[in-house]
Design a binder for this molecule. Structure first.
Ligand SMILES: [Zn+2]
Length: 194
């Protein structure tokens, strides 16, 4: 039903632009010690993207405090990176949603499209069933979703909630924005879908 990600390069560069905004907000807040935040990005090589992303779009934006004795790392929320590290968030969602009711044929299809083997698919499932429901973000967020999304049907029910009423690029962007607080430890910022 919603098994396809927007293919346009503009969608992926838009997600990157959202991450840059989130990063800029974090940078302006500075470190808790008062130190200034300097760029200290990670280079990731995410798999399974519709086309190979240009290298800058593979960066997980992050910062490091410039004050001696602190040097704390600050990593802002992301609409692109979620859960298992080598996949982009959208792909983790898609793999897991497609896994539901998986047949051997479907597992083969997932492998062909995303380079995801059985173990990766299982890891994505664990993310949704075990990691995600334990986050402070989810404990607050899920109560505010209408209709209430059941953990057992994650993430399919989430995809459905966001994509039912919007064109794919808008729906995916809203879903990824909604989930972005999960990507940071203790993230609590919530944006409820319209
Ligand atoms: Zn600091």
């Amino acid at each position: 039903m919603y098994h396809d990600l927007p293919q346009a390069a503009s969608f992926w560069s838009f997600l990157f632009a959202v991450d840059q905004d989130l990063a800029e907000t974090a940078r302006k807040k500075a470190c808790l010690c008062g130190g200034r935040l300097h760029r200290a990005n990670y280079l990731r090589k995410p798999r399974g993207t519709p086309d190979q992303l240009p290298e800058p779009q593979c960066l997980r934006l992050s910062f490091c405090c410039d004050r001696d004795g602190c040097r704390k790392r600050v990593t802002p929320p992301s609409v692109r990176f979620l859960g298992p590290k080598v996949y982009l968030g959208a792909i983790v969602i898609l793999i897991s949603a497609m896994r539901q009711g998986a047949t051997p044929r479907r597992v083969r299809e997932l492998s062909a499209r995303f380079g995801a083997d059985r173990r990766t698919i299982a890891r994505c499932q664990v993310f949704w069933r075990e990691h995600c429901p334990q986050t402070p973000f989810w404990k607050i967020a899920h109560a505010r979703l209408t209709p209430v999304v059941k953990i057992v049907s994650l993430p399919y029910s989430l995809v459905d909630a966001f994509l039912r009423r919007h064109p794919p690029d808008v729906g995916w962007t809203r879903l990824l924005r909604f989930l972005s607080p999960i990507t940071i430890t203790g993230g609590l910022k919530i944006e409820v879908p319209q």
